[in-house]
Design a protein around this ligand. Structure first.
Ligand code: FAD
Length: 374
């Protein structure tokens, strides 16, 4: 692995940073406090070509690969984890279509998603399960030239605004089927977004699928291949959350550095206290370690390799980094850090989400341990 970025990657990173600082960061607190989905920003990241970064131009993408995707996502999430998560979630159905879809499905679904013309999400979690696909109860039944899907999906990010959803439902035979559902279909109903502690404004909602008709052309892969598709697509989802964790941690470190330089105790900046310096050094070293783990995972995907194990390791570690680093940043901020008006209070809440969504840490440990002992 080359640890030096190409000129193109450096340029991509710089442009994303400039955009994030100028256009995303000023809106981050408002998105968090209002809980409103930032529609204009979502359109803007599409126009900039950020919605299909890993995929080739013939699929509507920007063709900068998974490392390019990680570099841009990191900059967006440093400004607002919600805004970055919109891009990361929209990429998950694209990954499924890119790996398993037919040419016709790539043109019909992947291209408009990658170009930012449509927005997509993934619906896997149900009321009774978020961790075990064996417990999925949403059902798909053959009906004429297509399927009818019935079930309830929980915590579906982007649900009120998505045009398409990658939905997993039990087939009539063994196993899961993966479908692209058009959210304008009859029987697709969304409840009010859930009031989550972090990642606010993502439109995370309960979705009811009440006999939603899906043409056979929307079945991704083969019947019964849904579990395999889920594992592939979700490994990119895990890489995305790992990037989110590192970005939030970096934002917390930058907050802490700024605060520690200007806040005085006994007449001198707290940055001069060994205890504060200890926190800053711990934060920086954990972020460095996590960041390279994340970049390496993206690099491996660019080599066409499977990243199921690596993305679990990266998500587990990066989410721990996010939680630990934001906890230390709160400590540096003292009482001021706990105030709603301080950026670090939002970072602390967003950080916790990375240990939960797209697979809790316990599931990541299960995946890692199974890989080690197989
Ligand atoms: C903001 C947000 C956005 C989300 N977006 C989406 C989305 O777009 N699409 C989607 O499908 N889902 C989404 N989710 C759902 C999320 O991915 C799941 O909630 C998550 O995977 C955990 O599932 P659960 O809540 O059912 O936890 P459970 O499976 O009920 O687990 C609860 C706890 O039990 C323990 N546990 C459970 N199973 C095991 C096991 N096998 N081994 C060890 N311990 C275990 C763990 O400690 C775990 O934390 C989102 C959630 C949030 C909060």
């Amino acid at each position: 692995m080359d640890f030096n970025f190409s000129e193109q990657e450096k340029m991509l990173q710089k442009m994303a940073r400039d955009f994030a600082i100028k256009s995303v960061r000023p809106l981050a607190a408002e998105i968090d406090s209002s809980g409103q989905f930032p529609s204009a920003l979502a359109k803007e990241i599409g126009k900039r070509g950020y919605q299909g970064l890993p995929y080739p131009a013939q699929c509507g993408g920007s063709g900068v690969g998974y490392l390019g995707y990680a570099l841009v996502l990191e900059q967006l999430c440093q400004a607002s984890m919600t805004v970055g998560a919109i891009m990361a979630i929209n990429t998950v159905p694209q990954e499924a279509i890119f790996r398993f879809g037919s040419e016709q499905q790539k043109q019909a679904f992947l291209s408009p998603l990658a170009r930012g013309e449509l927005l997509g999400g993934i619906a896997f979690t149900e009321a009774e399960t978020g961790s075990d696909p064996k417990d999925i109860t949403a059902a798909s039944k053959k009906n004429g030239d297509g399927y009818v899907i019935t079930g309830q999906k929980q915590f579906v990010a982007l649900a009120p605004v998505a045009d398409l959803l990658l939905v997993f439902a039990r087939g009539e035979g063994k196993g899961l089927n993966a479908f692209i559902i058009d959210t304008s279909s009859d029987g697709y109903n969304v409840r009010e977004p859930c009031q989550t502690m972090g990642l606010r404004g993502l439109g995370t909602s309960v979705v009811y699928l009440d006999e939603v008709y899906v043409p056979w052309q929307n079945l991704i892969g083969k019947e019964g291949q849904g579990f395999e598709i889920l594992l592939e697509a979700i490994s990119l989802g895990r890489l995305g959350v790992a990037v989110e964790g590192i970005a939030v941690a970096q934002a917390a470190l930058e907050f802490s550095l700024g605060y520690a330089r200007q806040r005085k105790a006994s007449g001198r900046p707290i940055a001069q206290l060994p205890t504060i310096q200890w926190h800053l050094a711990e934060m920086a070293s954990r972020i460095e370690a996590g960041r390279w783990l994340v970049y390496r995972t993206a690099f491996l995907r660019d080599q066409g390799l499977d990243i199921k194990y690596e993305s679990s390791v990266a998500k587990l570690f990066a989410s721990q980094v996010a939680v630990e680093v934001t906890r230390m940043a709160m400590q540096v901020g003292g009482s001021y850090g706990t105030m709603k008006t301080m950026e670090v209070e939002r970072l602390y809440r967003d950080a916790k989400m990375t240990e939960i969504y797209v697979g809790v840490s316990e599931i990541q440990r299960n995946i890692i341990a199974e890989h080690l002992i197989e």
